[in-house]
Design a protein around this ligand. Structure first.
Ligand code: HEC
Ligand code: HEC
Length: 215
């Protein structure tokens, strides 16, 4: 009976600790599967299948595995170096994850199907149209390259380096563009920072709105 109780406790602990393999105080390992981590920890903000319904939280479903794994690594500070990508929320989420956990989580979300019907754009048609032109052709006068050249004509990205962007929440995309622009997100080897140097706020909003409508 005592054994059963302990096992139940371990399951509870595993669900609320952001670690796939948690060492308990009495030295017993409580291995949680990637599904348990995703549904027990990540689901609260990204939904169990990665189709986050909260505009500030990115949709992870269908994103490339390598890109997700890279972001999880970048969110984690080590003893010798600060995190490459700042996010107080995500840095605590990844603190106890191993590289192997991060790899498995990447593969898990890459396999999930996107659910585009959940995303509705309330942006004006004209703004979306402006975003479409920018995405596919850039803005030659301002020296902004076409997003399509790296993120693909349909927004599905080019693995392993260039993430999929199609169907992402406009609010999340716009936040990231601003973070790259100010240098607060600096885990892109300055690629996105250069892209955005001369992009106006209006253009950033337009391209984010268009991206949310891409399927
Ligand atoms: C409390 C809410 C919350 C929880 C729980 C959470 N996340 Fe996040 N996650 C966020 C937010 C907010 C961001 C955007 C951070 C930023 O501002 O750049 C994010 C970003 C990410 C990204 C970057 C996506 C991209 O497109 O670049 C990944 C990958 C991710 N989370 C995976 C996870 C995983 C895996 C877990 C579970 C171990 C998890 N998250 C748990 C809120 C959360
Ligand atoms: C020269 C190649 C290149 C071009 C052009 C480019 N990007 Fe990117 N973009 C990248 C790379 C590389 C990353 C991933 C950085 C990382 O590893 O975190 C990225 C990341 C992003 C992200 C973050 C995705 C996420 O889930 O957090 C967004 C949003 C984005 N780009 C939008 C755009 C838009 C909009 C344009 C056009 C104005 C554009 N990009 C043009 C290379 C490019």
């Amino acid at each position: 009976m005592k054994m059963i109780k302990n096992t139940a406790m371990l399951v509870v602990l595993a669900l609320f600790t952001p670690a796939i393999s948690a060492e308990t105080t009495d030295g017993l390992a409580a291995p949680a599967t990637v599904e348990e981590t995703a549904s027990g920890i990540c689901a609260g903000c990204h939904s169990a299948d990665g189709n986050s319904v909260i505009p500030m939280n990115p949709i992870l479903a269908g994103q490339h595995a390598e890109y997700i794994t890279k972001q999880l690594i970048d969110f984690k500070a080590t003893e010798s170096a600060p995190a490459k990508r700042n996010s107080p929320v995500m840095s605590s989420m990844v603190a106890a994850l191993s590289q192997d956990d991060m790899k498995k989580l990447g593969e898990y979300y890459a396999k999930q199907k996107t659910n585009p019907s959940q995303i509705a754009s309330d942006a004006d048609e004209k703004i979306i149209e402006r975003g479409k032109i920018l995405y596919h052709g850039g803005n030659i006068a301002d020296g902004v390259p076409a997003c399509a050249s790296c993120h693909g004509p349909n927004g599905s990205g080019i693995p392993p380096r260039y993430p999929a962007v199609a169907g992402q929440h406009a609010e999340y995309t716009l936040t990231q563009l601003n973070l790259f622009n100010t240098g607060d997100r600096g885990n892109d080897n300055q690629v996105m920072q250069k892209v955005l140097t001369r992009m106006s706020g209006q253009d950033k909003r337009a391209v984010s709105a268009y991206i949310s409508t891409m399927r």
